[in-house]
Design a protein around this ligand. Structure first.
Ligand code: ZN
Length: 175
């Protein structure tokens, strides 16, 4: 697990993909842990609803998110000569861990950021709207104070940058 969105609604990671399409959720000493029991692989000793898929069998990687989003597949190739980043093909050693290379993990991280971009943008919008509402309330109070101190609607309009008529229409009712 790796990346968390600002609103904590999304947690993303670069998952290893098993031959049957299941995604790794974590790692045990013997291989990648995938959720579910199919009988094709040994069950994990600690998490009995997970199976252990040997690293060498993993067919690739893809982005995953706790909301259910999945990125496009990055295919694992069996020789370094077949690796081709622009076609989403990469090689990692067959006798080591099946984790994605740093390059692929970075690319998947970017894909995940694109996935959460709309909700991150909405957060920014909510903050701006909150500040806007607060500034509006401050303006209303300051206008009321100016009027109470004897300022005319023309004075107030000039200070705010609107006409006397507009100032009157906007604030006279609130007095
Ligand atoms: Zn998500």
């Amino acid at each position: 697990m790796g990346w968390v969105s600002t609103d904590n609604e999304h947690e993303g990671w670069a998952a290893c993909v098993a031959p049957d399409g299941r995604l790794s959720s974590s790692y045990s000493g013997e291989g990648m842990l995938v959720e579910g029991v199919t009988g094709r692989y040994e069950r994990d000793k600690v998490m009995s609803d997970h199976e252990v898929v040997p690293d060498v069998e993993m067919i690739g990687w893809r982005g995953a998110c706790t909301c259910g989003w999945q990125g496009e597949l990055w295919k694992r190739v069996m020789s370094p000569a077949d690796a081709d980043f622009s076609h989403r093909r990469d090689y990692v050693s067959l006798d080591g861990f099946a984790d994605a290379s740093q390059e692929v993990e970075d690319a998947i991280h970017e894909e995940w950021k694109t996935h959460i971009a709309p909700s991150e943008a909405i957060l920014g919008l909510e903050a701006a709207a909150r500040e806007h509402a607060q500034a509006g309330q401050r303006l209303d109070k300051t206008v009321a104070a100016a009027k109470a101190a004897g300022a005319s609607w023309a004075d107030i309009g000039r200070a705010v940058g609107i006409s006397r008529q507009s100032a009157h229409e906007r604030w006279a009712e609130k007095q």
